[in-house]
Design a protein around this ligand. Structure first.
Ligand SMILES: Nc1nc2c(ncn2[C@@H]2O[C@H](COP(=O)(O)OP(=O)(O)OP(=O)(O)O)[C@@H](O)[C@H]2O)c(=O)[nH]1
Ligand SMILES: [Mg+2]
Length: 470
């Protein structure tokens, strides 16, 4: 693995720039202590600047001017975040003081850190693996408690340990198969092929399970998508506002008010959702208010297609008609086609006298909730139903599912392809070398996943998304 070429001490502001009560300037590298010592008062003895102690002190520029009164913490290698000597300086915030301190440290031979360079050094010194390093970035980005929970689990290392155990198992199987090759003339087999096949099948199942964590990881990060679908004027936008608890979108008695899809973040029971209001879907060209509405309707359909939950809205004060039926069927077909998600029939306008024949699904087909977007009646029950609908998606049964990112997904997919190659060679009872070639590829991909094998490009891509000072 090749990381930044130099071994200089790096320095950066670890807190957001700008006004704030405290800022943290962080240094890591062989000169971290000596560079800071250069700013300490002359009478400050070396002993007062001990590891893992908080020290209150003034800092001075090289020309002897006061910079700030700060607290310092010194971490001696390897007992630090990066595995190098580290100092964290807590100074007063604002634009000027942290910059002056950083400038003085650079004058002592430090250089400014690149984004994510502290974590990159931690990776280099084996303090973290790549999955944990990615979890660090996820922690900073987390917006929902559920997402944070997963990122913390990755940071703790549970996922890495699991992958490590898998690799061990594979290496063992490979070693036995390869040992057999060395003695192939004597026709001895060290590996129990039936046993290896069982193990590989288990592994395949596990990788399939891990891959399921991708959709969920995305959902945790960006929110489960809820599309509000229905004919014009049934109260979709009113429902959006009722769920958001403020007037986000325009509501009017004119059918075709909403032309474009509009999405907004929403939290229910600590889960993040993206609530998407859509243009009412109607088919008859003579009703359409032209090209814009047509595009709007296409977008409504796209939103329904990508949704984890569809709120299919009808107006309960009006008799159901053919358009309701066609649209309802469309929503159900989408759910079946995707093989996931849920349709919740939201019977709106419950405050008005109910129609004689409102649109109803067959019993069991879709969960139905009566609500009034106007009065707020039934909105709690609707929220409950929405959270319930994603529960099976977010708590996949069986072993705990880890959320995984795109890079991790691609590694796992490649590992799975190689694994199925190995399995098919086993089934055909081919010679061991055909099997080990694929097994080595699986092992390689698991190594890439945790960062044991990696390239500069991959690291650059990952760390460029980090903040400076992280
Ligand atoms: N009485 C009553 N009226 C409602 C309710 N929900 C919506 N409305 C009214 O129904 C009309 C249409 O509401 P919207 O929320 O704009 O309906 P929409 O489905 O978004 O309509 P489009 O954007 O045109 O597709 C407005 O006059 C609302 O005030 C409700 O629960 N009760
Ligand atoms: Mg609307």
């Amino acid at each position: 693995m090749s990381l930044s070429a130099d071994n200089l001490t790096i320095v950066a502001l670890a807190t957001p720039p700008g006004r704030g009560s405290i800022a943290c300037v962080r240094l890591s590298g062989p000169q971290a202590f000596s560079a800071v010592r250069g700013l300490l008062p002359r009478d400050k003895s070396a002993e007062s600047f001990q590891s893992n102690r908080v020290v209150l002190t003034w800092l001075y520029s090289r020309s002897g001017e006061r910079l700030d009164q700060v607290t310092l913490v010194r971490y001696q290698k390897p007992h630090s975040y990066t595995g190098e000597d580290v100092v964290e300086i807590f100074c007063h915030g604002g634009r000027l003081i942290p910059n002056l301190i950083i400038e003085q440290l650079c004058a002592q031979g430090c250089r400014l850190a690149e984004p994510g360079e502290f974590t990159q050094r931690a990776l280099l010194h084996g303090k973290l693996d790549l999955i944990q390093a990615e979890a660090v970035a996820d922690l900073v980005e987390a917006e929902s408690p559920a997402y944070l929970h997963r990122a913390l689990a990755h940071l703790e290392g549970a996922f890495s340990r699991r992958l490590g155990a898998l690799r061990e198992q594979l290496l063992h199987a490979c070693a036995l198969l390869e040992l057999g090759l060395d003695f192939s003339e004597e026709d001895v087999e060290f590996a129990d092929r039936a046993q290896i096949q069982r193990e590989l099948l288990q592994l395949d199942e596990l990788i399939a399970h891990l891959l399921k964590g991708f959709a969920r990881g995305q959902a945790l990060k960006e929110g489960w998508r809820i599309a509000i679908i229905g004919k014009p004027n049934v109260g979709k936008s009113s429902l959006m506002n009722a769920l958001l608890k403020y007037d986000r979108v325009i509501v009017s008695a004119i059918p075709g008010t909403t032309r474009d899809t509009i999405d907004e973040r929403l939290f229910i029971n600590g889960l993040l959702f993206r609530l998407i209001d859509t243009a009412g879907i109607r088919e008859h060209a003579r009703d359409l208010a032209g090209e814009i509405e047509k595009i709007g309707i296409e977008r409504s359909r796209a939103a329904a297609q990508n949704a984890d939950v569809i709120l299919f809205v009808t107006d309960d004060s009006k008799d159901g008609d053919e358009a309701d039926r066609i649209l309802a069927q469309e929503c159900l077909d989408l759910k079946n086609k995707n093989g996931r998600g849920a349709v919740i029939h939201t019977r709106n306008k419950s405050d008005l006298p109910a129609a004689a024949k409102p649109f109803l699904f067959d019993k069991e087909t879709a969960h139905a909730i009566r609500v009034s977007a106007l009065s707020g009646a039934g909105i709690d029950a609707l929220e409950h139903a929405i959270a319930g609908a994603v529960m099976p998606l977010s708590n996949l049964s069986g072993a705990e599912v880890q959320h995984i990112n795109l890079r991790q997904k691609l590694c796992l997919e490649q590992a799975r392809t190689a694994l199925s190659g190995a399995l098919s060679s086993l089934e055909k009872n081919l010679s061991a070398e055909f099997i080990t070639v694929d097994l080595r590829e699986v092992i390689h991909q698991l190594g890439v996943l945790v960062g044991e094998v990696t390239t500069e490009d991959v690291l650059g891509e990952i760390f460029s998304k980090f903040c400076i000072g992280k």
